[in-house]
Design a protein around this ligand. Structure first.
Ligand SMILES: C[S@@+](CC[C@H](N)C(=O)[O-])C[C@H]1O[C@@H](n2cnc3c(N)ncnc32)[C@H](O)[C@@H]1O
Length: 193
């Protein structure tokens, strides 16, 4: 059985092309697989790519992180923060391995002092948790760089109604207490019957 699947996505037009590599691993966690909403959101970002350059982009529930990696490759001035639930470390470790495959030097949980300088961070962030180790530290670190989140991405994050309030409260906190008025939350979801 194939337990470690690497997939390559090509985004291309007449001016520019990018290839993003993602990794899926055999694991019960939803975040270890790429969901169709992720390709849809990445395709939207590609079509509107000029809106996603020179920006700070926070991906929530990033899983295999296709939209976030595409943003990281779109501009050397992009700061991209890939987050997923802090209590499932294999998702974050999978993102770290995929970052290496994409040639992206990422800071993992920002454990070292110079990690803050790296332009891609991989962080544990559980929706609805407001504490110094998670959301508050993350936003403080972004502000230390003199930056603010411009885009919040969430692909297939609205799939379990019990989590909706936690997700919305995290997004609302960022929009209310951290982000400038132009900041937008963009989400893609899959209708399931
Ligand atoms: C259906 S998967 C989508 C993954 C990826 N965004 C995609 O579209 O391929 C939902 C993602 O949300 C994450 N997630 C679920 N509940 C969460 C929570 N309470 N806090 C943070 N992330 C959560 C999961 O770990 C998973 O990565």
């Amino acid at each position: 059985m194939n337990i470690d699947n690497t997939r390559s996505f090509r985004f291309e037009d007449e001016d520019e092309a990018k290839t993003v590599i993602i990794k899926e691993i055999l694991d019960p966690s939803y975040g270890c697989y790429l969901w169709p909403s992720s390709s849809a959101l990445a395709e939207y970002i590609w079509r509107e790519k000029d809106l996603f350059r020179d920006k700070t982009i926070l991906e929530l529930g990033a899983g295999t992180s296709l939209p976030g990696f595409l943003c990281a490759l779109l501009s050397p001035n992009n700061h991209v923060i890939l987050t997923d639930r802090s209590d499932v470390p294999q998702i974050l470790e999978n993102i770290k391995r995929a970052a290496e495959l994409n040639g992206i030097e990422a800071a993992y949980e920002n454990n070292n002092d110079d990690d803050i300088e790296k332009r891609v961070w991989i962080r544990g962030l559980k929706w609805g948790e407001f504490d110094e180790r998670g959301l508050f530290r993350l936003l403080d670190d972004v502000e230390k760089l003199g930056r603010h989140v411009d885009w919040i991405l969430g692909s297939d994050t609205f799939y379990d109604p019990k989590d909706f309030e936690d997700l919305i409260s995290t997004v609302a906190y960022i929009l209310t207490y951290h982000a400038p008025p132009h900041t937008k939350f963009i989400t893609s979801y899959q209708e399931r019957r």
